[in-house]
Design a protein. Structure first.
Length: 267
């Protein structure tokens, strides 16, 4: 299996932090702002560009997208980085992977940071093949006549547009047959969502023994899911921030400050 591309920030001798982004065509550079900020705070950040997300080729086996299998891929990345023990931060899809990683490999994961997911499960009423057809149809509609047209769309979907975000959104797109289209594989995305539903994070919550920080977005807070998670992982700290689901994009400075502060308490 080919190792994923990683984006890296921070000093070579910084504190190891591995990140897995959310499931969208612009996930590979989700830490385009927060990554450098964490690097300035002394972390060595390795942000994984997931298989099928555009920068890294998709996997051939749909079962390879189960969170428990992707967790093994995280360990391979950590090994290549020379990280023996490391903190893991996952956003959305990445948070579900992080739960499986930490439950199976607690000896490697020093701390677990979950960004608005990993505390609740995904329930599906569609088969894997039906999901693939749905994702392919949805992505077929994400087509733009020009880069200007695409960035007009991108600015509308972002809470507060900054010039720094252009790199993230441009990295997820390509020009094909005169159109601007996503690089990501819709089939891989469908397999990934099906994998999260097949291996629910809640099945592993009771095995989380390391420090856990769950960061919830106020715009999406699910109090019932939070209550269940608190009962299953009573030692976890839960922080609610004024943000949408993409916390790293909406409030990168606040996120970097929070993560640096909490991980700093572990030294």
């Amino acid at each position: 299996m080919t190792l994923p591309v990683t984006r890296e920030w921070g000093p070579a001798d910084g504190r190891p932090l591995v990140f897995w982004p959310g499931l969208n065509p612009w996930g590979g550079l989700q830490l385009v702002e927060a990554g450098p900020l964490l690097g300035e705070r002394g972390f060595r950040v390795a942000s994984i560009a997931p298989p099928g997300g555009g920068e890294t080729p998709p996997l051939d086996d749909p079962d390879a997208y189960r969170p428990s299998r992707l967790a093994e891929l995280v360990l391979e990345v950590a090994d290549t980085q020379g990280f023996d023990r490391f903190a893991f931060m996952g956003a959305s899809w990445g948070a579900s992977i992080g739960v499986h990683l930490a439950s199976a490999h607690g000896e490697r994961v020093q701390a677990l940071i979950l960004l608005d997911a990993g505390h609740t499960d995904v329930k599906l009423d569609r088969t894997r093949d039906e999901l693939v057809a749905e994702f392919e149809a949805d992505q077929a509609d994400v087509v733009f006549e020009s880069w200007d047209g695409f960035f007009e769309y991108a600015r509308e979907r972002v809470r507060s547009w900054r010039p720094e975000l252009e790199l993230r959104y441009r990295a997820g797109m390509t020009e094909r047959a005169g159109k601007i289209v996503p690089l990501a594989s819709p089939r891989a995305a469908a397999w990934a969502l099906h994998g999260v539903a097949a291996e629910p994070p809640s099945s592993q919550h009771g095995r989380l023994t390391m420090p856990v920080l769950l960061v919830l977005a106020r715009d999406r807070e699910d109090r019932e899911a939070r209550t269940r998670f608190e009962a299953a992982v009573p030692h976890a700290e839960i922080v609610v921030l004024d943000s949408g689901h993409d916390i790293a994009e909406d409030i990168p400075h606040e996120l970097a400050d929070l993560v640096a502060d909490r991980l700093g308490d572990l030294t």
